[in-house]
Design a protein around this ligand. Structure first.
Ligand SMILES: C[S@@+](CC[C@H](N)C(=O)[O-])C[C@H]1O[C@@H](n2cnc3c(N)ncnc32)[C@H](O)[C@@H]1O
Length: 241
């Protein structure tokens, strides 16, 4: 049973008398409180200390976007890397990871540039960044466009930094032609040798093909990391154009 359901159970017999709308509102308020508390704890961590798995689980509970949010193993990897990155961070597909990376990299002076194609989701994540005062997070509404054999975001390149050292690659959605392949053809000029790409859902056939093509065409090397729910890849850019 989730923490939120346990708290609601604490209302005992009163809970059964609550109208459905009141229960929903109480649940929503508890989730928001959980998220606020967890964000405050992440922001208060000493620099260099990564959030614990328990704290990341609290963030996930409070964010409550099951089916879309990253799993705990991927979040742990993202948090570890964002906490010690030495440069700006690019994110493909926004959400809880945007808050997490912004909190950990932003306070060290680095920008997080997140590309989001979905207008309503862009608005929701933008509101959360503002509410939680996430520093140096830039959330760009970047529609998906066709580049011929694949589709990918249309990023505001003129405004973006010249180089990114870390990419949190959890979008675009799998239904996009070419999956996440477009990252390298579109952004390789901003990804110096050694820049790391954390590719979520890397066991999907589209992403397996993307990894192979990144390796063949751009000299990317990668390792797969199995998780309870699938796999992600840690890929290093080779600087090959
Ligand atoms: C896998 S999600 C990115 C999740 C993000 N890394 C996180 O940790 O929350 C990829 C894309 O799914 C879309 N998405 C996320 N949540 C959604 C929702 N609740 N409904 C519809 N689309 C959603 C957004 O366009 C997002 O860029």
């Amino acid at each position: 049973m989730s923490v939120i359901n346990r708290v609601l159970e604490g209302f005992g017999p009163v809970k059964r008398l609550m109208p459905a709308g009141v229960k929903r509102a109480a649940r929503q308020a508890l989730l928001e409180q959980t998220l606020r508390r967890a964000v405050r704890k992440v922001a208060a961590l000493p620099e260099g200390e990564a959030p614990s798995r328990e704290l990341l689980a609290e963030l996930l509970t409070g964010w409550s976007n099951d089916g879309f949010a990253a799993d705990l193993d991927y979040l742990e990897e993202v948090a570890r890397r964002a906490g010690r990155v030495e440069g700006h961070v690019l994110e493909c597909g926004s959400g809880l990871t945007t808050l997490l990376v912004g909190l950990l990299a932003g306070r060290r002076g680095f920008e997080t540039w997140s590309l989001e194609h979905h207008p309503e989701w862009h608005a929701r994540v933008g509101a959360a960044l503002a509410e939680h005062n996430v520093p140096r997070a830039r959330l760009a509404l970047a529609p998906l466009k066709s580049y011929g054999e694949f589709s990918w975001y249309d990023p505001p390149l003129a405004e973006m930094p010249d180089a990114f050292q870390l990419v949190v690659c959890d979008g675009p959605p799998w239904t996009t032609p070419g999956g996440r392949y477009g990252l390298l053809p579109v952004m390789h000029g901003r990804l110096p040798e050694g820049a790391l790409v954390l590719l979520d859902d890397a066991n999907r056939p589209e992403e397996q093909e993307a990894l192979q093509r990144w390796s063949d065409e751009y000299g990317v090397t990668f390792e797969m990391r199995e998780t309870g729910e699938g796999a992600y890849a840690v890929a290093a850019c080779g600087g090959k154009k």
